[in-house]
Design a protein around this ligand. Structure first.
Ligand code: DAH
Length: 349
């Protein structure tokens, strides 16, 4: 009879050590299975005297019952324990994305111009030829229009507005802003995607520009130069210098291209290499081209409904990817990486 107590306490001990429902099942098989402990006990019944047999049988049954209910209870409690929700366990952190560097650059540009009273505008990227060219003093047959090979949009052309295109520059926003405000002063930064069919290390078919436009009484080139200088120093750092170079655009007169001093050679165009003086490989001349600018052409003011006898203004256009790549400490040699969706690259910003 003692063996029943031994088996019972043995079972209890093993039950206390369980870790999973699989352990529980193994324990059930060990005791109640076809070749289990109880089965073996039962097989020994023939060696037991007839008088004791009844009691022996009852003991086995009692032990079997005990084991069965213990296993059942254990299973119930085990499931309950597992469904308990422990709010103190740290959660799984959801991965956060971040803004694309072109968006970061746009935000920075807007913040730089805000204190000067420039407001951000967004004008259509799918645009009429009229706003993108004709109103900007570029007649249909003007060769300058070839510079912007275009993406045409399948849309019913309009006799006055021409065809629809994906706007190749942000200058089209100039006319729209003049017509919106009607009476100067105007201080606008127009940020938009622009489209031209190019694909190489310095061009993507979609890129961003921002267009500055300032119109008021008595606005002159000094204001233009001062504003660009302020922007360059804020965006690139106080040591960088600018210069204006005479150029030609249809929508400005006079027109300029403006450059920024190269940060690799410090604007000298030369670098020292092992005692030799070499041409700077980045700029070759000490200067890097930043964008185009000029005094708004009287025809453009007229197209915008503004009297050129009363008002004057300046405008500039700058490529955002381009100036982002020129930032101090960034040496990106292929613009296309910005749109590669390469997480390893994007993660750095
Ligand atoms: N729209 C010109 C371009 O995309 C850039 C430009 C030049 C804008 C002169 C201007 C400007 O506002 O005055 O190449």
């Amino acid at each position: 009879m003692q063996q029943f107590d031994t088996i019972k306490s043995q079972f209890e001990e093993e039950l206390g050590k369980l870790n999973s429902l699989q352990d529980l099942e193994n324990l059930r098989i060990k005791y109640l299975g076809k070749k289990g402990v109880l089965k073996k006990l039962l097989e020994g019944i023939s060696q037991i005297s007839k008088i004791e047999r009844k009691e022996f049988g009852q003991n086995i049954n009692a032990l079997k019952k005990h084991i069965e209910t213990s296993l059942k209870d254990y299973k119930l409690n085990f499931s309950k324990e597992k469904s308990f929700f422990d709010i103190t366990i740290p959660g799984t952190r959801i991965k956060r994305g971040s803004l694309h560097m072109v968006t970061l650059a746009i935000n920075e540009i807007i913040e730089i111009f805000k204190p000067l009273g420039f407001i951000r505008m967004s004008y259509p990227e799918v645009e009429w030829e009229y706003f993108a060219f004709d109103a900007l003093n570029m007649p249909k047959d003007h060769p300058a229009r070839d510079d912007f090979e275009q993406f045409f949009v399948k849309f019913q052309p309009n006799p006055e507005m021409g065809k629809m295109i994906l706007s190749p520059h942000t200058s089209s926003g100039q006319i729209r802003e003049m017509r919106r405000v009607k009476k100067p002063p105007i201080r606008m930064i127009n940020v938009a995607k622009c489209y031209r069919p190019n694909w190489d290390t310095t061009h993507t078919p979609m890129f961003h520009q921002f267009e500055g436009l300032c119109i008021d009484k008595g606005i002159n080139i000094t204001n233009l130069k001062g504003t660009i200088n302020y922007f360059v120093k804020s965006f690139f750092g106080p040591t960088r210098k600018i210069r204006l170079r005479p150029y030609h655009f249809q929508f400005t007169e006079p027109s300029f291209e403006f450059d920024i001093s190269c940060n690799v050679c410090g604007g000298t165009g030369k670098i020292e290499n092992n005692g030799h003086t070499e041409k700077c490989k980045v700029c070759k001349s000490g200067w890097l081209e930043l964008g185009g600018a000029g005094m708004v052409h009287p025809n453009v003011l007229r197209a915008g409904g503004i009297d050129p006898e009363l008002y004057s203004g300046w405008a500039f256009g700058i490529g955002i990817e381009r100036i982002f790549m020129m930032k101090e400490g960034l040496s990106l040699d292929d613009i296309r990486v910005l749109y590669s969706s390469n997480i390893k690259f994007l993660k750095q910003f």
